[in-house]
Design a protein around this ligand. Sequence first.
Ligand SMILES: [Mg+2]
Length: 275
Amino acid sequence: MEKQKPVDHDFRQSFRNEFKRLFQKKLRLNRKKNKGFPQKQKTDMREKDFRIIGFDADDTLWVNEPYFQDTEKQFCELLAEFHPQGKTSEELFKTEMQNLDLYGYGAKGFMLSMIETALRISDNHVSQATISKIINLGKDLLQKPVVLLDDVQQVLECLHAKGIKLVVATKGDLLDQERKLRKSNIEQYFHHVEVMSDKKESDYLKLLSRLEIEPENFLMIGNSLKSDIIPVLNIGGFGIHVPYHTIWQHEKTEQPNHRDNFMEIAHISEVLKIF
Ligand SMILES: [Mg+2]
C-alpha cells in the first residue's frame, strides 16, 4: 500500500496536466470561434479589391453618443419634479422614435423631441424657463468640441497615403456634421462626404451608384452593426465593426449572420493590419 502512494500522486499529477492541456486547448479554440476571426477570413479581406472605404462618423471617427447621454441626463434633471430620471428617458426615447421619420437623426430633432416630451410628461405645466433651458441644452449639444477617437488621424493618413479612396457616410444633421468635419481637421483625407437621411440598404445602393462602384469593391467601417454593417453586408459589400463603449438604444442589434465579409476589431488601428 505504501508503495502505491507515489504512483497515485504521479498519476493524479499527469492527469491534472493532461486535463489542463486539453482545457487550455478548448479555451483557445472557443476564443477563436467566438471572438477572433479565422485567419482565412482575414486573408480574404486582405485579398479583396476594395476601391473605396466608407467610414461612419459619430463614435467611429469622433465622440458623439456620450454628449447626447450627458444632455439627456441634464434634461431628466430639469424634469425631476414630474418624473424620475428613468421614466423621462423612456418617454424621450418614445418621442424620438415617433419623430424619426419627420426629423431624421441629429441634435436638432433631439432638441424638438426633448421639448415635446417635457410638455407631454408635465401635462403642459412645464415652465417657460425650463423650456428655455432645454433649448439651451440643445444649442450646447450643437457646439460640443469635436474630439477624434484614438488613432483615427493616423489610420486615415496612412490609408490616404496608400492611395485608397475614403468616404464619410454618416447620418445626422447636415449642418452639424459639416461643422464637425470642418473642425476635425481630417476633411482632407476624404474623397467624398455623404450625410445620409438613413442607412438602409437602398441608401447604400444609391451611395455606391453615385460613387460608381460595385458593392464587392466597398468596405464600410463603423460602430453600429445595425446602420454601418448589416445593410452593407446585405447588398454584397464588406464591413468592419469597431464597437464603441456606448451605443444609442436605437442602434442596438444582434451580430450579423454573414461571416465571410465581416470582421469585428477592438480598435480602429487594427484596420492597418489589413491594408
Ligand atoms: Mg456611429
